[in-house]
Design a protein around this ligand. Sequence first.
Ligand code: HEM
Length: 279
Amino acid sequence: MSASAVQTVPIPLTPEEAEAMAQRHIKKHHVAMVLLHWFNAISWLLELATGAGLIVSPYYRFAPLWYLQMMEGIFGSRSNMLRFHIAVALTWITVFLVYAIFGFRSYLRVEIVQNEIALDADDLRWLKVRTLLLLGRTQEELPPQGAYNAGQKLFALLVYTMVPLVMLTGLIMTFHWFGSAIVAWAMVLHLFAVGMVVSGLMIHVYMGAVFPEEKPAFYSMITGVVDELYAYRHHFKWWRTVKIQQQLWRDGLTSTAPGEEPSMKEEPDRDPCADEAAR
Ligand code: HEM
C-alpha cells in the first residue's frame, strides 16, 4: 500500500478490524509533555487552593469563612501562605521559562502550535454539531478531528493567552514593579485571567478525568500512547497523518538496499513506527 492509498474518510469497521485496532497503539505525547502537564496541573492545584485562601476582602472573597480559617491554620499565618503561593509561582514560571528556552525548537514549532490551536472548517462545524448533539437537536456525525478536537483547541487557546497574563501580573505584584497604580491593576487582571482559565478547566478536567468516551485521552497523559481505534474514531485526521508517515517510513525502508541508510525527503515523526516496531 502506498501512503496516498490511506483512506481519506472514516469508514465503518468490521468487529475484527476494530479489535485489531484496539490492540495497536500510537504515540500521542512525548514524555517531556506528560511531565510538564502534570507539573503544571499540580502547580495550578496548589496555586488555586492558596490563592482562594488569600482573598479575604469582603468585596472579592468567594471562599467560605471555614475554608479561609482552615487554610490559615494549615500555614500558621496568611503571610506564610502568601510566601508559599509566591514560591510555587516562581518555580512554575522558572520551569516554563526553561521549557520555552530549551524546548523552543522541538515543541514550540509553528506547525505544532497550529495543530493545537488553529481552528479549521471541520473544527467550526464540530463546535456547531457538538452543541446541537448536546441539546438533542441533531443526529449528525461529528466531523473528523486532528490530534486535538475543536473544544480542546479552544481551551488551549484560552490557556496560551491567559497564562502569560497570570505570570506577568503575578510578577508585578510580587516585586512591586511600575508603582502602586499598576500593582492595583495587576491584582484585578490576575484574578480575571485566573478566572478565565478556571472556567475552561472545569470542562477540561471533567472531559479528561471523568467523561467515559475520553478515558483513552486521560491514560495517554500517563502512558504517552492511545489505541488506534480511539484515534480512528475521535481524531481521524490525526490517525490518517500518522498512517501516512508510517507508510512513508516503510516505503523508505523497502526502497533501500540492505545495509544502506534510508534517505527520505519527507522525514516522518518516527515515534509511531518505533512503537509499532517494538511490538
Ligand atoms: C486534574 C487536572 C487535569 C486533568 C485530569 C487533565 C487532563 C488532560 C488530558 C487527559 C489531556 C490530553 C488530551 C488529549 O490528548 O486528547 C490534557 C491536555 C492538556 N491539558 Fe490538561 N488536565 C488537567 C489539568 C490541566 C491544567 C491545570 C492545565 C492548564 C492550566 C491543563 C492544560 C492542558 C493543555 C493545554 C492540554 C493540551 C490541549 C488540550 O487538551 O486542551 N491541564 N489534559
